[in-house]
Design a protein around this ligand. Sequence first.
Ligand SMILES: NC(=O)c1ccc[n+]([C@@H]2O[C@H](COP(=O)([O-])OP(=O)(O)OC[C@H]3O[C@@H](n4cnc5c(N)ncnc54)[C@H](OP(=O)(O)O)[C@@H]3O)[C@@H](O)[C@H]2O)c1
Length: 278
Amino acid sequence: MKTPSKPSVNVPSFPLVGGGSIPALGLGTWQLTGKTCTDAVRSAFKLGYTHLDTAEMYSNHEDIGRALRGHDRSKVFLTSKVWTSNLRRDDAIAACEEALTELATPYLDLCLVHWPNRAIPMTETFDALRELQEKGLIRHVGVANFTVKHLEQARKASKVPIVMDQVEFHPYLYQEELLAYCKKHGILLTAYSPLAQGKVFRDEKIAAIGRKHGKTAGQVTLRWLHEKGIVAIPKASSEQHLRENMEIFDFKLDEEDTKILDNLPQRRIIDPPFAEFE
Ligand SMILES: NC(=O)c1ccc[n+]([C@@H]2O[C@H](COP(=O)([O-])OP(=O)(O)OC[C@H]3O[C@@H](n4cnc5c(N)ncnc54)[C@H](OP(=O)(O)O)[C@@H]3O)[C@@H](O)[C@H]2O)c1
């Protein structure tokens, strides 16, 4: 397929507490490794993506680093995450420094605690992230997989603002209470597994909304997140999927569509044994 020389879509951004902003749509890279990963990131850049999501755990920092080479770093919003067993001060600092070396980049735009870990005091982790922020190695501090209860603790434990909570969020996991809490406290949400790992493509109700707007079930789902002020990071490996996932800023859902999407049966997909969900 031919790659356009100009970005196909201009992606809007959401402001972050403490300054700066984050593109409302990014590329998720879990399970993308090696050449497939580097190629997907390069295709994404050509299409106009300016936001990448990775993690220490994804083992793809070097593959992403290869795609970043020769690209204007200031035009990319790069998120990575520290794994849950590396939340002691020295471990967190070492993990971030290693991520920067592997990514061959001087800083992360956003560094997230990947999962809460009740065995390690949050103050220790957030103090470490603050040190990294003061050194200019990370721009913003955030968390992932934190519930309201965790965020309450985190906001007390951290001397720097927690700007982001990255959580599973899609029409089958409409975390309304968490969203309201985050809005109240200036924390943005990022939806991971925003396409419910492809399950939305098998949903006749979502497909019907799509037909009304000339869009796919995936585009309807990503639009639903956007209209709620939530960042989305769909993972896609083909150029067709990458392109399709961006084309969500030229239509609006109506009240009836939103009512249907807000009221689908609920089920969490990602729930590993170490999760601390209530
Ligand atoms: N913080 C955390 O604990 C956490 C947990 C899970 C995920 N995440 C992040 O969130 C990102 C996304 O989540 P995810 O990978 O679990 O699931 P997802 O983005 O909901 O779904 C990815 C799946 O949807 C397919 N897909 C993408 N675009 C499509 C399109 N336009 N048409 C048809 N199929 C399409 C992909 O296929 P192809 O690959 O073939 O395009 C892939 O199989 C991850 O990559 C990661 O960065 C974070």
